[in-house]
Design a protein around this ligand. Structure first.
Ligand SMILES: Cc1cc2nc3c(=O)[nH]c(=O)nc-3n(C[C@H](O)[C@H](O)[C@H](O)COP(=O)(O)OP(=O)(O)OC[C@H]3O[C@@H](n4cnc5c(N)ncnc54)[C@H](O)[C@@H]3O)c2cc1C
Ligand code: SF4
Length: 351
């Protein structure tokens, strides 16, 4: 059984799809998930860009299929490393994963779908997250939208809102040089959602560049400007500080007109980036052939034909463990990693 079993580390969108594709191919996936339920970050989101589909609809579809396919799921279980075989023809090759207290879960192949971490906005002290009232992150806004309670800390409606892009991305000061790819479109989507809730509010979005790389994204950005009347200002916000009347003053430079700018707002929303998962280092150290990119994400064998392959035979990657990606991209990679893992088990040699 164990030689046909494939361990999928992580039950987010990438891991769930990998397991579904393996099960459809007659293999025995087991999802090992450290949280108490499946879903990864998807379970925290409200509506998904670019189509505004309810996140719960996608989550329910995936978890429903997992249940229907009878996929084995181990919740509240953390993978601590890749297990290496000893003796025999494949001495030293990965043959499962290591759980708490050194317990081994044997498998013929492993798919790493352990995802990403959210950048902790408190590291950007100049924005006063968790220090001043009414400074939120895009993650907080998703939660507020889910709870149907978007308001200032005193329960009133904001009259002026400022989104700040690239918080914890493209920023050497916090050692996060990469672009997180999804935060421009998330900020645009949320600005439009806040417009629906607060038709009278002024809404600003401070950006370095607007990166709208996906299908329908540019159209959403146009719609945000023309129909939702979101004001996009090219400039980096250097500081947020409280005012005497309980508002927040932000300082920025409008880099298009080359002038410094000060503005008082009621609500600041920090578009936080996708950071490499803290567990990547330990995972990579547990197995020869696994390595990290300078960003801290796991490095795939190459960016083209080997994008779901690691440098170790029998270990595959799916989703944001290797880089920021959208849910659709993670699901596509989940299916692809499953196919490669199945081929590996069949041939016993390919990666
Ligand atoms: C604010 C925000 C909004 C977003 N909105 C959208 C959107 O509208 N549309 C869209 O397409 N994308 C969106 N994204 C991106 C989306 O969240 C990701 O593409 C997606 O969650 C990545 O899926 P994943 O499976 O790779 O990782 P994750 O969702 O991070 O799931 C990884 C899972 O692995 C588990 N895990 C990690 N390590 C271990 C371990 N060692 N052992 C066991 N389990 C482990 C975790 O607990 C988690 O459940 C958004 C991102 C952000 C930050
Ligand atoms: S997607 Fe946009 S907000 Fe996010 S890091 Fe890239 S440029 Fe900055």
């Amino acid at each position: 059984m164990s030689s046909k079993r494939i361990v999928v580390i992580g039950g987010g969108p990438a891991g769930m799809q990998a397991a579904l594709s393996l099960a459809a191919g007659g293999l025995k996936p087991v999802i090992v998930e450290r949280a108490g339920e499946l879903g990864g970050k998807l379970k925290e989101w409200h509506r998904l860009f670019p189509s505004m589909t309810e996140a719960n609809e996608v989550l329910t579809r995936l978890t429903g299929e997992i249940a229907e396919a009878g996929v084995e799921v181990m919740l509240h279980t953390e993978v601590e490393g890749i297990a290496l075989g000893e003796g025999g023809a494949h001495d030293g090759a990965p043959n499962g994963v290591v759980l708490a207290e050194g317990k081994k879960l044997p498998a013929g192949a492993v798919i790493v779908a352990s995802g990403f971490d959210i950048f902790d906005a408190r590291q950007k002290e100049e924005y006063g997250y968790h220090v001043y009232d009414n400074v939120f992150t895009t993650v907080d806004i998703e939660r507020m939208l889910n709870g149907d309670k978007v308001a200032l800390s005193d329960g009133t409606a904001p009259r002026r809102i400022a989104f700040v892009h690239c918080v914890g991305s493209r920023d050497e000061k916090v050692n996060q040089r990469h672009c997180s790819k999804v935060c421009c479109i998330t900020a645009v989507k949320q600005a439009m959602e806040l417009r629906e809730r607060f038709p009278e509010a002024e809404i600003y979005s401070f950006y370095m560049d607007i990166r709208m790389f996906g299908p329908g994204y540019e159209e959403l950005y146009q719609q945000a400007q023309q129909e939702s009347h979101i004001n996009f200002i090219r400039g980096r916000v250097s500081e947020a500080s409280p005012t005497i009347d309980g508002r927040i003053q932000i300082k920025a430079e409008d880099t298009l007109v080359g002038r410094p700018l000060k503005m008082s707002v009621d609500m600041v929303v920090l578009a936080v980036g996708m950071k490499a998962a803290a567990g990547n280092e330990k995972l990579a150290a547990s197995c020869d052939g696994l390595s990290l990119a300078p960003s801290g994400f796991l490095a795939p064998r190459d960016m083209f034909t080997g994008c779901v392959s690691s440098g170790a035979a029998g270990v595959f990657y799916a989703g944001t463990a290797t880089a920021p990606k959208t849910i659709g991209e993670c699901i596509a990679e989940g299916a692809m990693a499953a196919q490669r893992a199945a081929e590996y088990l069949k041939s016993g040699a390919k990666r």
